[in-house]
Design a protein around this ligand. Structure first.
Ligand code: SAH
Length: 241
């Protein structure tokens, strides 16, 4: 299996980072493992001399880092996103361990799209809304008595697991069909939302749990490009009636 370039297709997304030192530490962790794409969602302070100092020889990763306003923007063009979280989430897709998830992510880069690892804020972690924009929660195995790694350390562990997956192609699952992109999946959700609202099935004010459940349902399946086209074709046909 040819995994050349797989690590360049991995986006490390840091959401709402409070401490610029952690951004620098993440850049250094990434560079040592061969990753290069850093995306910062609304960081408290960036660029920042503290980040530059902590990055040491990985200043180029900081120089090429992309700063965006929302997680949706950070995930545009990706075909798969993992939400890094130590906490158990209600109504999330069943979580995976770091090692298995890393092999899965590396496998998905073979479709030509980017994949993303999404890390949360140092104090509050990822919000439930952020977790729901990703395909699955991923946990680094930790002690039951203290489960929260420093952000830079969490990036290091996941970057290492990705590198190990590339070094052991036998661990990497194949991907047979073309996965739908983030925008295609979100476009389908918006279409479904319009259709079920117009039909009277869905009342946004009195069913707060429907959308988390629908995202969980479709998130488990991991929709392919062709399947999105079929589903949207069906919705359009229903809408015409
Ligand atoms: N106090 C926060 C954790 C912040 S640590 C909370 O309760 O969620 C900063 C980020 O590092 C987390 O949002 C997560 O993305 C990552 N992280 C830390 N420990 C982790 C672990 N054991 N597994 C997966 N991600 C982890």
């Amino acid at each position: 299996m040819n995994l050349d370039g797989a690590l360049e297709r991995v986006r490390v997304v840091l959401s709402r980072t409070s401490h610029p030192g952690n951004i620098g530490a993440a850049a250094r962790a990434m560079k040592t493992m061969g990753l290069s794409q850093l995306v910062l969602v609304n960081p408290q302070s960036f660029p920042d001399p503290v980040a530059t100092a902590r990055a040491a020889g990985a200043g180029d990763i900081l120089a090429h880092a992309r700063v965006v306003a929302t997680l949706e923007e950070a995930l545009e063009g990706t075909v798969f996103a993992a939400a890094m979280t130590a906490r158990k989430r209600e109504l999330a897709v069943p979580g995976r361990w770091a090692r298995e998830a890393a092999a899965d992510l590396v496998g998905r880069t073979r479709t030509g799209g980017d994949v993303a690892l999404v890390f949360g804020n140092e104090t509050v972690g990822l919000s439930n809304e952020e977790v729901m924009l990703c395909h699955m929660p991923v946990k680094i195995p930790v002690s039951a008595t203290y489960s929260s790694l420093n952000l830079g350390a969490a990036v290091q562990v996941m970057s290492y697991e990705l590198r190990m997956a590339v070094l052991d192609p036998g661990s990497v699952p194949g991907v047979e069909f073309e996965p739908a992109s983030f925008e295609e999946v979100e476009g389908f959700y918006a279409h479904l939302d319009r259709a079920i609202t117009a039909s009277g099935f869905f009342h946004p004010s009195n069913s707060k749990r429907l959308w988390p459940r629908l995202r969980r349902l479709f998130g488990r399946i991991r929709l392919e490009k062709d399947e999105i086209n079929i589903l949207r074709g069906m919705l359009s046909a229903f809408e015409k009636k």
